[in-house]
Write a protein that binds this ligand. Structure first.
Ligand SMILES: Cc1cc2nc3c(=O)[nH]c(=O)nc-3n(C[C@H](O)[C@H](O)[C@H](O)COP(=O)(O)OP(=O)(O)OC[C@H]3O[C@@H](n4cnc5c(N)ncnc54)[C@H](O)[C@@H]3O)c2cc1C
Length: 385
């Protein structure tokens, strides 16, 4: 590549789960790909570290499942909700029949480093770290690396996969679903006598999600949308009251990191020469921890449909429309479930009502479908290229 204008076949803005998985599968299928990631590394905390059964199946299909299994990870199968009165298992993945009846908890930077290493085996793959995409249009994007000059990259297809806050999707009509909450994330040390599980503790006015990371708890304290949660002592005190066996550690909390939750989706994911995927096409709520899963499924579906026309130089806008048609129903289904959980449990609880869970008989009927939704999303995708 020389001068300030380069060309490739597929240019991907954003090296998150969607962008990296798409880059890997397309490069493996013989398509030239450039992924541009604005950060210098993947080392960012609280990005969501869950690798679900459908993604584990995709890794097997790519022939890299055994190598992935060697990464340090923790496996969990059960998700529970703990109220003042009871503990209810809401999803139990161990009862699913697939090859991987569990969620692998792997720091997202390890997962993305892993995808980058696997993709680098293919000559058509280029990853440019520390390069921010400034604007994107059909067949062209402009980017800048580390204070350098602005460069243009031309491509048969530009993929916008730079997450929920993407400004590159400006101009695309948005269907806003909204969320009643934001989340203060933090880590607390785990001790040998602590329970081993993934649970949501709910009580009037308060919710905290607890993710067992083996050496520590990754915790998400849920607050009403827009509320200031800058004071770690307030968060720590609330968590101490909710989970007494964690009280000493919670009261010693010193820092939290607030994530503003958004739930929305584009009405149209594409225009000629450009396609939005992952959170850039549909920002997901953290409920169910399924955003990474969906982003990866988008990437698999897109690669399946687009690899051949990209290789043959026959890409048409109808191919991009087909990707949206395939992935929209799964997006609507999962966001519908998240909206229901937000409306029935999160919003009333945050407003001070006692948490209302489905009666045991209904819960028993929901447990299987919920486990399948968390494990596979609405429509599992398989690598076909
Ligand atoms: C509080 C919270 C907790 C969550 N927890 C979970 C969880 O436990 N499990 C789960 O599955 N999902 C979780 N999610 C959702 C999940 O994080 C996302 O759905 C998923 O990461 C989307 O992947 P993506 O590749 O589409 O986008 P992202 O992961 O957002 O990746 C986008 C990438 O683009 C880069 N980028 C941004 N702008 C530019 C630019 N202009 N140029 C170049 N690069 C750019 C970013 O640095 C980033 O690396 C959570 C979300 C929230 C808000």
């Amino acid at each position: 590549m020389g001068g300030t204008e380069d060309t490739t076949t597929c240019a991907i803005a954003g090296g998150g789960p969607a962008g990296m998985m798409l880059g890997l599968i397309l490069a493996r299928a013989g398509v030239d790909v450039v992924v541009l990631e604005k950060h210098d590394d993947f080392l960012r905390d609280f990005r969501g570290d869950t690798v679900h059964p459908s993604t584990l199946d995709v890794l097997d299909e790519l022939g890299v499942g055994a190598r992935f299994a060697r990464l340090p990870q923790r496996r969990v199968s059960r998700m529970a909700v703990v109220t003042d009165a009871e503990r209810l298992v809401v999803a139990d993945l161990s009862r699913l029949r697939g090859r991987h009846p569990y969620i692998a908890l792997v720091p997202q930077w390890d997962f993305l480093d892993f995808l980058a290493e696997e993709a680098a085996r293919f000559p058509g793959f280029t990853l440019k770290m520390g390069c921010e995409v400034l604007d994107a249009s059909g067949g062209r994007l402009r980017y800048r690396c580390a204070q350098g000059v602005d460069r243009t990259l031309r491509a048969a297809l530009v993929v916008v996969a730079n997450g929920r806050n993407s400004t590159l999707r400006a101009g695309f009509p948005l269907h806003e679903i909204g969320a009643p909450m934001d989340v203060a994330w933090f880590a607390l040390p785990k001790e040998p006598d602590d329970p081993d599980e993934l649970f949501l503790r709910v009580s009037r006015g308060r919710l905290v999600a607890m993710i067992d990371r083996g050496t520590h708890w990754q915790c998400g304290y849920v607050v009403r949308k827009g509320m200031n949660v800058d004071d770690p002592h307030v968060v720590g005190e609330n968590v101490a009251e909710l989970i007494p066996w964690l009280a000493d550690r919670a009261r010693a909390l010193e820092t939290t990191s607030t994530l503003r939750v958004a739930v929305n989706r584009l009405k149209r994911w594409y225009r000629p020469g450009l396609l939005c995927l992952g959170d850039a096409a549909h920002a997901m709520s953290p409920i169910g921890g399924v955003g990474i899963n969906l982003a990866i499924q988008d990437a698999v579906a897109a690669a399946n449909r687009l690899a051949r026309p990209l290789r043959d130089g026959t890409l048409d806008v109808a191919d991009l429309a087909a990707v949206q048609r395939r992935r929209m129903p799964a997006t609507v289904l999962v966001q519908g479930f998240q909206r229901a959980a937000q409306g029935r449990l999160v919003a009333p609880t945050l407003a001070g009502a006692p948490p209302k869970l489905p009666p045991p008989r209904v819960m028993a009927r929901l447990r299987g479908p919920l486990a399948r939704l968390v494990a596979y999303g609405g429509r599992p995708e398989h690598v076909r290229v």
